[in-house]
Design a protein. Structure first.
Length: 369
C-alpha cells in the first residue's frame, strides 16, 4: 500500500522499473531513502551532481503534447539532426507544430565528415532536405557536439534570433542532442546550481531549463525515438562499430558491372549496368567492406551473414530484418545514401542498387563532393 512519490527536481512520479522513462530511480536508492526524505530521479540527480543530461524516452502521445505546447508558445525552435542520418532524424510533422516560430536547423556530428567535403554544399543539402519535409529553417548550422565545433556560433545565432524569447531544443534520439546540451550548459553557465528542472505542464515529463540572462530559458526536450534508424536494429556494441565516430577516410573501389560490395551484413551495393568505374565509399573506417560477384551475392549473403558479414552478430540474426532493394540510374553524379551508415558516390548514367534492412532508408542525393 504505497503512496506515489515524486521527484523534487522535475515533478515526475518516481518509478523503479524503466530506466528509459521519466522519474526512474534505482530500487536500491529508493530502499536506502529515509522516511520523508526528498528524492530526485536519476536524471535530475545526475544533472545536479555531474552536470550530465540523460535522455528520457517519450511515448508518441507525450511527444504530440510536447509539440503542441511548443506550437502554442512564442519561442525559437532549435532542431538537432544527425547529418549522417537526416531521414532518421526528422521529427514527423514538426513543421505543422512550430507554427510561426522560427526554426534553426542544427546538423550535428560534422566531425565525421572528411575534410574535402564542402560545408556549404552540405548545409544547402540539409536545408533542402528540410524543405522537402515542409520545414523552412531560418538558418542551418553544422556542429560537432563531441569536439565542440561551432557551438559558440550556434549560441550567437540563438541569441540573435530568439529576440527575447525562450528557446526549445528538439530532436530525435541519437542525434547528439544531449551531448550538445551538455556543451551549451558548460558554455552558458559553468555552474551546476544554475540549472533547474521543472515539470512539463500537462505531462508527466520533466524538461531541463537553462536560464538565459534575460529571465528566459533554453529548454531541452526529451528525445523522441525514430524507428527508422539503423540504430534500432543493432546492439550498442555493434552500433559503435558502424556509426562513424572518427573522421571518415573514403575508400575507392574500381568496379565492373556485375560486382557487389557488402557493407558488413548491414547493407549491399550492386553495380548493375555501365562502364567500369570508380565508386567512393564513405562509411565508418572499421566497417567491413567485401567485394563479390553479383551473380552469387544472394547466396553469399545467406551463407555468410552473421559470420564473415558481421554485424549483425549470429545471436542477432533472428531479429534482423531482411534487406530491401532500391534501384537507381542517376542522371548526375550522386550519393547513394544508406541512412545512418554512410554513402557511395555513383557516377552519372550507371545503374546500381542499394540494399538496407527493411525500414531503413536508401536514397539518392546530388553528390556532396
Ligand atoms: P541524443 O540521444 O540525441 O541525446 O544523443 P547523444 O548525445 O546521447 O549521442 C548519441 C551518440 O552520438 C553518442 O554515441 C555520442 O557520443 C554521439 N555523438 C554526439 N554528438 C556527436 C558529434 O558531434 N560527433 C560524433 N562523431 N558523435 C557524436
Amino acid at each position: 500500500n504505497e503512496t506515489a512519490l515524486f521527484c523534487i527536481g522535475c515533478g515526475a512520479q518516481l518509478q523503479t522499473t524503466d530506466p528509459a522513462k521519466a522519474g526512474y530511480l534505482p530500487a536500491a536508492s529508493l530502499a536506502k531513502a529515509e522516511d520523508g526524505e526528498e528524492l530526485y530521479c536519476q536524471r535530475c540527480f545526475r544533472l545536479r551532481h555531474y552536470n550530465e543530461v540523460a535522455d528520457v524516452q517519450l511515448t508518441d502521445d507525450d511527444f504530440l503534447r510536447l509539440l503542441n505546447t511548443i506550437g502554442e508558445s512564442n519561442a525559437l525552435i532549435v532542431n538537432v539532426v544527425d547529418i549522417f542520418d537526416f531521414n532518421g532524424s526528422v521529427i514527423p510533422g514538426l513543421h505543422r507544430f512550430v507554427g510561426d516560430n522560427p526554426v534553426v536547423l542544427v546538423g550535428n556530428k560534422a566531425d565525421v565528415l572528411p575534410r574535402d567535403l564542402n560545408h556549404n554544399k552540405l548545409t544547402n543539402w540539409l536545408t533542402q532536405a528540410a524543405h522537402a519535409q515542409g520545414l523552412r529553417p531560418v538558418k542551418t548550422i553544422l556542429t560537432s557536439a563531441k569536439r565542440g565545433d561551432a557551438v559558440d556560433d550556434l549560441l550567437e545565432t540563438i541569441e540573435d534570433l530568439r529576440a527575447g524569447r525562450d528557446v526549445y531544443v528538439v530532436g530525435v534520439t541519437n542525434t547528439g542532442k544531449s551531448t550538445l546540451i551538455n556543451r551549451i550548459i558548460k558554455e552558458l553557465t559553468g555552474v551546476e546550481d544554475l540549472i533547474t528542472t521543472s515539470r512539463f505542464p500537462g505531462t508527466t515529463l520533466d524538461r531541463i531549463q537553462i536560464p538565459l540572462d534575460d529571465g528566459h530559458f533554453l529548454i531541452d526536450t526529451p528525445g523522441i525515438i525514430h524507428r527508422h534508424q539503423m540504430a534500432h536494429y543493432l546492439g550498442a556494441k555493434d552500433l559503435r562499430l558502424v556509426t562513424p565516430t572518427k573522421t571518415i577516410k573514403p575508400k575507392v573501389y574500381q568496379l565492373e558491372a556485375g560486382q557487389t560490395i557488402f557493407l558488413a551484413g548491414l547493407a549491399r551495393f550492386d553495380f548493375i549496368r555501365g562502364r567500369r568505374s570508380g565508386f567512393t565509399i564513405y562509411a565508418d573506417n572499421q566497417l567491413l567492406l567485401h567485394r563479390t560477384k553479383l551473380a552469387n551475392a544472394d547466396a553469399f549473403y545467406e551463407k555468410h551473414r552473421g559470420d564473415l558479414l558481421t554485424p549483425p552478430r549470429p545471436e542477432d540474426l533472428a531479429d534482423f530484418p531482411k534487406l530491401a532493394r532500391f534501384e537507381f540510374t542517376p542522371k548526375e553524379k550522386s550519393d547513394l545514401v544508406f541512412a545512418g551508415l554512410g554513402w557511395i558516390v555513383v557516377p552519372a548514367g550507371v545503374t546500381v542498387a542499394g540494399y538496407a534492412p527493411e525500414g531503413v532508408d536508401v536514397l539518392l542525393r546530388r553528390a556532396l563532393i
